[in-house]
Structures are given as C-alpha cells and as structure tokens.
Design a protein. Structure first.
Length: 322
C-alpha cells in the first residue's frame, strides 16, 4: 500500500473535509504512525483512529491529554486544536487568540499571502472596515435565507418557516445594515435580527417562553445547544481564517477588546443558518448533546458552510481592497 506523509495529506482542501471532533476522557497519541485516541473500558484500552487528513478541528474537553507527537502530526495535516470545557464550551487556552474562542493554529510560513495583503490594505481605513462588516452581514442574510427555506435536512425534519415572516425580518435587517453609520449601529441591528429569528423559530417549533442566556447554570436545552453549536461555528471560523492566512486580530465588527474578533465575524456568516435552527430542533426532539453535535456537524457538511465561509471572506477581501 502506498504511504502518505501528513504534509501530503493536506491536498484535501479544508473546505472539503468532513470531520470535526469533540473528545473527552481519553488520551490522544500516535500509534503505528497514526493519530488515535484511547479510551479505557475496564481493564482494556480501546484505540480509535482519527482521520487527520479529513479533519478540520479537534476540540479536547474534560479529562483529555495529548502527546507532543500527536500535536506534531495534527499540525502537519493542518488540523486546528482547541481546548474546551465539558460539552465543547467554553473554549480556553493560552495562545495569542482571545480566551473565549481560542485555537492552536498549525504553523505554516508557506501559505499564500494574497488575501492577507488585500485585507491589510483596507483594514486601517475605518470606512472600509465598516464596508467589510456590512458585506459580512449581506452574505449572512443570503446564507440564512437559503438554509431556512431550502435546506433539505430541515425540510425532512418538518421545519417549515413562514417565508413572509422570514423575508420581512431579513429585508428589515438588510435596510438597517445599509443605513448603519458605524459598527455600534450595525451590532444593534444584528441583535434585533437575532431576536426576530428567535421569535420566528419559536413559533415554528412551539418552543415557548424562550430567553437567550449564555452558559448559565440551569439553562434550558435550546440555550445549551446554541452555546455548543456556536463553538463549532467558531471552529469553522478559525479554520477559514487560517486557510486564508488572516490573523484573528484583524476583525471588522467584533474584537474591539478581544484579539480573536475575526473568528466571531466569520462565524456570524453561518450561525443563524445552521446552528440556530438545529439547536431548537434538537431541543424539541429531546436529543442528547452527542446527537445534537452529530446533527449540527451533518448540517455543516450538507450546507457546505465552510466553503461558503471561505468564499465569502475571499470576496470581501477582494472587494474592499479594490
């Protein structure tokens, strides 16, 4: 059988990779040249292979450890590593990115620099940063509309949204985006959109008396799944920005006090379209955390969310630097 080195495995584009992993109570190591995680069952240890060539992000939760050799192989294959609490949230580590959404990025000095140069060429211009922030919201509107109205997986789950209500909310938001004079006004409009989307989805799923609470003790399943799914979206955001060589500190909307703001900006592109509906569907179905995570990752793949994220950032980079 022909053997491939980890560096050769990177020929699989990140946007085409199928896997994101959340692991807990296990050890990640290299065995027989493969990256594996080990679980203890009684007196036996079970080894499970991680297909690093087809993986974008690895989240390590409670009770995990990882060897230096495993980190080396993961980095060669371009896999982002995040350390997090139980259930995938919150994320924490001690690298250069903000503590709320921090990943250890593979180190490579040979990625193309064109998108970084374009991004930097406009980033120091306040008006162009605002333009980029508005473009992110426009791409977000496009993705959300497509997923809520046409997504096959949501249709199979009998997720039927009133098109008029959704379009009214999105058109109103689009108008507010266009008229926003600064990022503060843009973020206020974003908050209003999110509130309207919660209202729409609660009417569809029958999830009454919902109030968004982040990572609080005793939060309901919808809130818990939203937190968990958003961190998966942050993993996609970190992957997309790494692929394009964009530093997380060069944000256009978030990040005035946090260095990881560009990851939040990128995650905004797909959170409403993929994470939000799946969180409520899983909550109403009584899904376990693992079932929600599997459904959310399946939705990410089916919607080609990472592809969309990368293409959107590329388009914004080109347009704002022109």
């Amino acid at each position: 059988m022909e053997q491939f080195s980890p560096s050769e495995m990177k020929t699989i584009l990140h946007s085409k990779r199928a896997n994101m992993y959340y692991l807990e109570y296990c050890r990640v190591l290299v065995k027989d040249g493969r990256v594996e995680y080990v679980t203890d069952e009684g007196k036996q240890s079970c080894y499970w292979n991680i297909p690093i060539a087809n993986t974008t992000t690895l989240l390590l939760g409670n009770g995990t450890s990882i060897t230096q050799a495993a980190v080396r192989e993961l980095a060669k294959a371009g896999v982002l590593i995040g350390f997090c609490g139980g259930g995938g949230a919150p994320l924490f580590s001690t690298n250069e990115v903000d503590v709320d959404v921090s990943f250890f990025s593979p180190q490579s000095e040979y990625r193309p620099v064109g998108y970084l140069q374009n991004w930097v060429s406009f980033w120091f211009d306040k008006s162009k940063r605002l333009q980029a922030a508005k473009l992110i919201q426009q791409h977000r509107i496009k993705f959300t509309r497509a997923q809520w109205l046409k997504n096959k997986q949501l249709k199979e789950a009998k997720f039927t949204v009133d098109p008029d209500a959704l379009n009214q909310a999105l058109v109103q938001f689009e108008q507010q985006v266009q008229s926003s004079k600064d990022t503060q006004a843009l973020m206020l409009s974003e908050a209003r959109l999110t509130k309207n989307l919660y209202k729409i989805i609660c009417s569809v799923t029958g999830y009454n008396d919902f109030s968004r609470v982040k990572q609080g003790a005793g939060t309901d399943f919808a809130n818990h799944f939203l937190d968990h799914g958003n961190y998966l979206a942050y993993g996609l955001g970190a992957t997309a920005t790494w692929v394009l060589g964009l530093p997380h500190g060069l944000s256009v909307l978030h990040g005035k006090t946090r260095r990881g703001g560009l990851v939040f900006d990128a995650a905004d592109l797909v959170k409403d379209g993929v994470v939000l509906p799946q969180a409520f569907l899983s909550a109403m179905n009584g899904d376990s955390e693992q079932e929600f995570r599997q459904a959310c990752i399946a939705a990410v793949r089916q919607s080609e969310a990472l592809d969309f994220m990368i293409d959107s950032l590329k388009a914004i980079s080109d347009k704002c630097s022109a």
